[in-house]
Design a protein around this ligand. Structure first.
Ligand code: MTE
Length: 334
């Protein structure tokens, strides 16, 4: 059960980008009212009160939304995270990626992914639910108001970034499918397209990439499905058109280009845990006290900075998520 209300975490972790988002859409739609609200005229003090529900009402039909955003300038609603650390640049975030379906070279993922086709796209939400659904990206935009969330991303390899995602709480989608009482876990699966993803033609990992969360973790208000970043749709290298983002866990849990979300009663196998069970656990919570067998997790390299900084428990989201793991031995359930 979630102990905090979204309103309580909002001031610290959620920066709505509604007006920029509307402005971007309005520019393309030619809406006079919205076009007047240009990104250059906005600043953070104009953002809606943080505890206001993000009722995104754009002057566009949902079918037009991804195309409209594609033309928008990359913008974010704030320049820093709630700890005061600056956002990584759009260029940094989109040119240093882990996406083994395309390449194991972080700097080559962007070019290797250039010809991937994220539209049209469908996400099946299945398994132990009363109301299974298959959603297109347009359905997702239509059903779920998109918000900006500025989160730290901490890779298990000990580098990190601050990223202004656009997305929505996965809890909203899970509530819509009505999990059955026996559903305890959520399994996520990436698209399998070896013809477009050359990494899937080799056996470096088991394909398709698969991840999992406990249902209560997935229902946590900080866990989102991201559809964009810096006010634009996700780039291919980031996992277009929709990916998971779980900011208190190592980055490998944040599975990209998701096509299946399945509720299960047994713990799902996950790609990295299957590949190296002694190195990568199911939980993968960021924890500076539990080292990787081959390197320390006590500190990290923030991309764009020199030197190292201390890694924070649960990646700095301890106050919000620690209750999920009360009573657990985090050195064993790593
Ligand atoms: N999802 C898929 N399908 N394939 C991957 O190789 N890499 C993971 C995660 N999601 C990966 C994936 C890892 S190790 C990290 S650190 C993050 O994506 C990186 O996300 P970014 O490239 O957007 O920073």
């Amino acid at each position: 059960m979630v102990k905090i209300s979204p309103a309580e975490i909002t001031p610290e972790h959620i920066f709505l980008n509604r007006r920029r988002f509307m402005a971007a859409a309005g520019m393309v739609a030619g809406s006079v009212a919205l076009a007047a609200c240009s990104p250059a005229t906005l600043n953070r003090s104009e953002a809606p009160a943080a505890n206001v529900e993000p009722a995104l009402t754009v002057a566009l039909g949902p079918d037009q939304l991804p195309a409209a955003l594609a033309h928008a300038e990359p913008t974010a609603g704030a320049a820093q995270d709630e700890l005061g650390d600056p956002l990584n640049t759009f260029h940094e975030i989109t040119n240093y990626n882990n996406f083994y379906e395309f390449s194991t070279n972080k700097e080559a993922v962007a070019s290797e992914a250039a010809n991937f086709k994220p539209y049209p796209w469908q996400v099946a939400v299945t398994g132990l639910v009363n109301k299974p659904m298959t959603l297109s990206i347009e359905d997702i935009y239509r059903r779920y108001p998109q918000e900006e969330r500025i989160y730290r991303l901490r890779c298990v390899e000990a580098w990190s970034m601050v990223i202004p995602w656009i997305g929505f709480p996965i809890a909203a989608l899970l509530n819509d499918v009505e999990p059955k009482p026996e559903a305890k876990y959520v399994k996520f699966i990436t698209v399998y397209r070896p013809e477009e993803m050359r990494g899937q033609r080799s056996a470096i990992l088991e394909w398709p990439y698969q991840e999992g969360l406990r249902l209560d973790e997935a229902m946590h208000p900080l866990a989102i499905l991201a559809t964009g970043m810096y006010g634009k749709p996700l780039t291919n290298q980031q996992g277009a058109p929709v990916r998971l983002v779980v900011p208190w866990k190592y980055g490998f849990k944040s599975i990209k280009s998701v096509v299946t979300i399945e509720l299960t009663d047994t713990i799902p196998a996950t790609t990295w845990n299957t590949a190296a069970p002694h190195e990568y656990g199911f939980y993968a919570n960021v924890n500076p006290q539990v080292d990787h067998p081959r390197w320390s997790q006590a500190s990290e390299r923030r991309i764009g900075e020199t030197g190292r900084r201390d890694t924070l428990m649960f990646n700095g989201y301890e106050d919000e998520v620690a209750y999920l793991y009360e009573g657990m031995d985090l050195t064993r359930s790593f």
